[in-house]
Design a protein around this ligand. Structure first.
Ligand code: RB5
Length: 150
């Protein structure tokens, strides 16, 4: 498994903790920055992570900003990305089982490293259920990506 990770200045400390967790789990990652607390735009870090996922260079993406909100908004604008904005383990598990989410977003100003570890593990190790009703709903999302409002 390979994971693309990225953050803005509001998520850089939690990204450092995330890298330690992925190393402990023996999960390969590519870090698309940023690397310090100088103010940047979350958009610029969400895009390369999502691009790696869409191009199948990574299995999942993980995005961190102050709240996870900006990152998740940007990610969900990208065709082929289904980003779950999760600050609890149940949601992280469900967004894999039901939505087949391929990107996870959360905020450093919202959760700590301990909870993040449980959320990340729930996300990366939970498979999509493959249930027909969930496939149907995901297909409707894909149709929406092609034709707004339909
Ligand atoms: C940066 O101050 C903050 O706005 C950003 O990290 C994020 O929380 C936006 O959604």
């Amino acid at each position: 498994m390979k994971i693309a990770i990225g953050c803005d200045h509001g998520g850089v400390n939690l990204k450092t903790a995330l890298k330690k967790i992925l190393e402990k789990e023996n999960v390969e990652y590519v870090d698309f920055g940023c690397y310090n607390t100088d103010s940047v735009d979350y958009n610029d870090y969400a895009l390369p992570v999502c691009e790696a996922v869409v191009k199948k260079e990574a299995d999942f993406g993980i995005l961190i900003c102050g709240t996870g909100i900006g990152m998740s908004i940007v990610a969900n604008k990208i065709k082929g990305i289904r980003c779950g904005h999760c600050h609890d383990v149940f949601s992280a598990k469900m967004t894999r089982e039901h939505n087949d989410a391929n990107v996870l977003a959360f905020g450093e100003r919202v959760i700590g490293a301990g909870l993040m570890e449980e959320i990340v593990k729930a996300f990366i190790y939970t498979p999509f259920s493959g249930e027909e009703k969930h496939i149907r709903r995901i297909n409707k999302i894909k149709t929406l990506e092609e034709n707004n409002f339909r």
